[in-house]
Design a protein around this ligand. Structure first.
Ligand code: NAD
Ligand SMILES: N[C@@H](CC=O)C(=O)O
Length: 487
């Protein structure tokens, strides 16, 4: 891998401002999912080193929170600028370790950097309130305080932006941070640490630990000094972290699985809607919690939509993300096997398989596939496919499509396509989802409250709500203040 700045490629963990190898010398290979080639290694820290990292973050907390918020914001702005300055290297690292097309990686660097900039500004507006007093001669109000040391577990599908959306908020609020990136994609996280150091973020404030996920989570979730756990990943692991954290009653932010419905009403042009649905499904090879997994199309335009969807889907180029493809590899062979299983299950239960033919360019690639006429009994309906496999079925009226769309344990994002304003309102209100996007594939960004309901998670990331995740509200009552009440 040839970077303009080779110091961005780091294979050690970053703890208390030092590059750190595992005390037992253990490490794990990091593999390019497109070629299977080993890119390098990452250190596997031992449990005692994770505890030492908590100590470092705890020690750094008092000084970091005491820095004037405008000064903290300046350091975050410097970090933001460095991400832009090194965009090409960061994008290349990301495509090598994650597999996504290089242009998508560049987009993720911009997206990731935008959270740092947003929160640097937002923290300046972490206002408390004054409360008209019911107690004689008292002044009442609230102030906001950083929750303390925050631990973050981040996924491999968005190796940079899922870190900055959490860490940007936490650091701006005055918390110190320990990030545990996915073992598949540690290099983006470690490059962020290198740039944080260059931005002047002090030792112990932003730490990146690498190691066995179960070991790291056990130590962090059980340590009383960690006040907040933030996780993006599967619902299964989210539940595990919740259970582990219950012993020390931590604040939790969980961004879990999706299974988004994409609803197309009969007033839409089938070709234009199909193009949008393809865009909403296949980004990051379908490994996206926002991916349009279950597509519901009004029966009047169903056949035309399906035909156009397949045409747009088959125009996508599958291949190595460094070679101008639209769809890169899946993260590992397990994911390919899961996609195959979902297609076989659907076909076995009566779905029509459309697309999916052609020679995949490597063992981690999966050719884009549509399962038509899906039913709720099929895995493609029930599970988040996290692959380039989508399902589609017809509906007859709004009540039916709401029932189908809400028939899932997930509740992250939903898409609605219609120009009928009354229908937009009805569907938007009826969908049991944390986010509803109407006539737009793009819905996310730094200013919005990203998050789900039901088993898609707890809390919000981004926007003003994203900062609140890292702030406690402290109420104060100043008694015996002569001129305080009745004012
Ligand atoms: N919402 C998202 O952005 C997102 C991201 C990645 C994966 N996923 C989900 O994960 C499923 C498949 O991916 P997978 O098989 O890698 O899922 P997984 O749940 O095994 O792993 C997801 C992430 O959790 C971490 N993890 C695993 N065990 C852990 C533990 N005990 N403690 C702490 N962290 C742990 C992993 O290192 C990885 O980064 C998908 O179907 C999807 O639902 C969702
Ligand atoms: N695409 C999501 C990340 C989830 O996988 C986002 O935009 O934040």
């Amino acid at each position: 891998m040839k970077l303009n700045d080779p110091r961005l490629f780091r294979q050690y963990a970053y703890v208390d401002g030092k590059w750190t190898h595992g005390s037992e010398g253990r490490e794990e290979a990091v593999v390019d999912p497109a070629t299977g080639e080993t890119l390098g290694h990452c250190a596997l820290l031992e449990a005692s080193q994770i505890t030492d990292t908590v100590t470092a973050a705890e020690n750094a907390f008092a000084a970091w929170r005491a820095i004037n918020v405008h000064e903290r914001a300046e350091k975050l702005h410097a970090w933001y600028r460095l991400l832009h300055e090194h965009k090409e290297d960061l994008a290349l690292l990301m495509t090598y370790e994650q597999g996504k097309p290089l242009d998508d990686s560049r987009g993720e660097v911009d997206y990731g950097a935008s959270f740092i900039q947003w929160f640097a500004e937002e923290a300046k507006r972490a206002y408390g309130v004054t409360i008209p007093s019911h107690i004689p001669n008292a002044a009442l109000g609230t102030i906001k305080e950083p929750v303390g040391v925050s631990a973050m577990f981040t996924p491999w599908n968005f190796p940079l932006a899922m870190i900055t959306r959490k860490a940007g908020a936490a650091l701006a609020a005055g918390c110190t941070v320990i990030v545990k990136p996915a073992n598949e994609t540690p290099y983006s996280a470690l490059a962020l640490a290198e740039l944080a150091e260059r931005a002047g973020i002090p030792a112990g404030v932003f730490n990146v630990v690498t190691g066995d996920p179960a070991t790291v989570s056990e130590v962090l979730c059980n340590d009383n000094r960690i006040r907040n756990i933030s996780f993006t990943g599967s619902t299964r692991v989210g539940k595990l972290l919740m259970r582990q954290s219950s012993s020390s009653v931590k604040r939790m932010s969980l961004e879990l699985g999706g299974n988004a419905p994409f609803i197309v009403c009969d007033d839409m042009d089938p070709d234009a809607a199909a193009k949008e649905a393809v865009a909403a499904k296949f980004q990051t090879a379908g490994q996206d919690c926002l991916a349009a997994n279950r597509i519901f199309v009004h029966r009047k335009i169903y056949d035309a939509f399906v035909e156009r969807f397949v045409a747009h889907m088959q125009a996508l180029k599958v291949g190595n993300g460094l070679e101008g493809s639209d769809i890169g590899p899946l993260i590992h062979k397990r994911a390919v096997d899961m996609a195959k299983g979902i297609v076989e299950d659907g076909v076995g239960k009566g779905a029509r398989q459309l697309g999916g033919e052609g020679q995949a360019p490597g063992e981690n690639f999966f050719m884009p596939t549509l399962l038509a006429d899906i039913t709720p009994e099929m895995r493609v309906f029930r599970e988040e496919t996290f692959s380039p496999v989508a399902g589609v079925c017809a509906f007859d009226d709004d009540e039916e499509v709401l029932r189908l769309a809400n028939d899932t344990e997930y509740g992250l994002a939903a898409y609605v396509y219609t120009n009928d304003v009354r229908r937009i309102w009805k569907l938007m209100r009826g969908l049991e989802y944390g986010m509803v996007s109407v006539n737009s594939v793009k819905m996310t960004g730094a200013p919005i409250p990203f998050g789900g309901v039901k088993q898609s998670g707890l809390g919000r990331e981004g926007g003003a709500a994203g900062l609140e995740e890292y702030l406690d509200t402290k109420y104060y009552c100043l008694g015996n203040m002569p001129s305080a009440s009745n004012s």
